[in-house]
Design a protein around this ligand. Structure first.
Ligand code: SF4
Length: 347
């Protein structure tokens, strides 16, 4: 089956449209084990390290089953990178999906129009017919997946599912045929229900937020220091499944509305809404602290950090907050151990 990759910092690509076109949506993720020399020939080294990593893989050549890419408006880095992709990446189908920053009526109209343009171009290029019926079917499938992920995610706070295992599950869903993903999640849920809670009672419960954090080894590294991620607002996390698409609305409009109603990503505004969402969940899940991670040169998170730090401090019951900017390679994780250990001591 043909695959379409999407390069998307804010997880706003409507996968349902691709599924309805009988294509398999595959989210592009970084590889912390590679160098980024080729990407550095095109982009300054002060450009987001994660976005450069994806470009490097694309220049080297993606999986041969991947027949095209959709780059969706996330942050300015991903937007401008698309122009480089057009010149340097060898793929027949490339589409820039202009997901709006704002969430008002005009933005909704604009986004619906852009999704329709995506449909037209997919139909022409792949000689397929993307009908409303097929989109509705795909929405139902994805809603089932979202519901299962939401249910499974709760086992992190019940202390029977490690944050790293859950992170791996979400990544897997984003890179798999969705019917296979559904079966995998159904089986996983049944298996998790039979587990008993961890015996370690001293684990520090944290809420993880920040940039795209796609290396599960990083989550394992946090766990090795005594942390358990009980909740998050990441794109490989709750942002992928927190709400559902309305199955009663016209399907394209429902998809656009869905993506403009999800919890605000760090690349979007207003920051206050992002803070409110994190604060609400941090309180609900009774976390010991919030950890905000910026990939090196991730401007949206770097700009947001002073605001977040101030807001958590000003709360009536302040929530301990740690901000870390990190390199996208595994060797560098070890250098962060002291800061994480010090935070664990004060929470
Ligand atoms: S890590 Fe930050 S700068 Fe990089 S693509 Fe994601 S949001 Fe953009």
């Amino acid at each position: 089956m043909k695959k379409i990759a999407y390069f998307d910092a804010g997880i706003i690509t409507p996968e349902e449209i691709l599924i309805a076109a009988d294509l398999v949506p595959i989210r592009l993720l970084g590889n912390p084990n590679i160098g980024i020399d080729k990407a550095n020939e095109h982009i300054p080294p002060t450009h987001c390290v994660w976005a450069r990593n994806i470009l490097e893989q694309a220049i080297e050549g993606l999986d041969s089953d991947i027949k095209g890419v959709i780059v969706t408006h996330g942050c300015d880095c991903t937007n401008r990178e698309f122009d480089i992709w057009l010149e340097c990446v060898d793929l027949d189908f490339m589409f820039f999906l202009n997901a709006p920053l704002k969430r008002d009526k005009t933005s909704l109209k604009f986004f619906v129009k852009d999704i329709k343009e995506l449909i037209t171009q997919l139909e022409e290029h792949f000689n397929v017919n993307i009908t409303n019926e097929k989109i509705i079917e795909a929405i139902k499938l994805m809603n089932k997946i979202r519901n299962l992920l939401k249910e499974i995610s709760e086992y992190r706070s019940k202390m029977t599912l490690k944050g790293s295992e859950f992170h791996h599950i979400v990544k897997n869903v984003q890179q798999k045929d969705k019917k296979e993903a559904l079966k995998m999640l159904e089986d996983k849920l049944e298996e998790i229900k039979t587990r008993t809670p961890f015996t370690d009672k001293n684990l520090k419960k944290i809420f993880l937020t920040g940039s795209v954090i796609d290396d599960t080894e990083f989550i394992k590294f946090l766990e090795s220091l005594g942390y358990q991620i009980v909740q998050d607002d990441l794109c490989i996390g709750t942002r992928y499944f927190w709400i559902n698409v309305d199955e009663t609305e016209k399907p394209i409009k429902a998809l656009a509305k869905y993506h403009l109603s999800k919890p605000i990503y760090s690349t979007k505004v207003p920051s206050q809404k992002r803070f409110d969402f994190v604060k609400e969940l941090a309180a609900k899940y009774n976390v010991d602290g919030v950890v905000n991670i910026a990939q090196k040169f991730c401007e949206p998170i770097l700009y947001d950090h002073p605001f977040m730090a101030k807001k958590f401090k000003e709360l009536k019951n302040p929530i301990p907050y740690l901000f870390i900017e990190m390199e996208y390679n595994r060797e560098s994780y070890k250098q962060l151990a002291t800061r994480f250990e010090a935070f664990a001591e004060i929470i």
